[in-house]
Ligand binder design. Sequence first.
Ligand SMILES: [Mn+2]
Length: 288
Amino acid sequence: MTYHLYSHNDLDGVSCGILAKLAYGESAEVRYNSVQGLDFQVERFLEQKKPDDALIITDLSVHTENEIRLEEFFKKGGYIQLLDHHKTALHFNDYKWATVKVEYEDGRLASASSILYDYLQEKNVLKRTEALDLFIDLVRQWDTWEWDKNQTINAKRLNDLFYMLSIEEFEERMMERLQKDEPFSFDNFEEKILDMEDSKIERYIHRKRRELIQIDIDNHCVGVVHAESYHSELGNVIGKDTPHLDYIAILNVGGRKISYRTIHDHIDVSEIAKQYGGVVTLRQLVAP
Ligand SMILES: [Mn+2]
């Protein structure tokens, strides 16, 4: 049997790929997709599948037409399993071939990779190890933002590393480590590049902090800054530093995008994005 795993192209999704490769070895065919790219892949799978092809979808879900097609495939005896942790996918639990879990009974939030890890153990195709326990928990804490509350810095560092390497190199490095039953840790090279990245981000944020301008827009006191990268780090630091600002608008002029951040509960940045989002806003903000 060939296990085709279609997963998301972020840290959680790629960790699902790593687990599948550890469990199924050469019988695993892994593809990473953007949220928009999955449905096309699923359609292609259904058109081209051979009798012994199994499909596992993780960290993503399909549109209604594919939902119906997958149910037909399942009813005809096809092997399909969808594993996800997004609230928006909960209705898939109506199908025998889907498990969507947002939260564990002990209150921990679930991630796709933690659900797949449980699934592969139940199927007896992957053994629990300490290294995997720790790795999957770091991914889970990153993906659910629990790391922020628990201050699990290694979860953030794992994600930083993921974005510094290509997916192939990340997979290769992690798989080699996870096959040894040693506690999971970064090697010297990774610690070094992560430290360099940290100080680079710190300098960048310091510079951007000085570039911030303050303007009034529709009775809101708004901080505006142009930044091409590290939007979430920048939003957090500026938000904490300047609590008098109602929200911060981070412009990426080249990318024609604006992201909005706030630390205040009474400000709904999604409403603000709806009102101002897009290129028009850029013009309004730059030349009011
Ligand atoms: Mn996820």
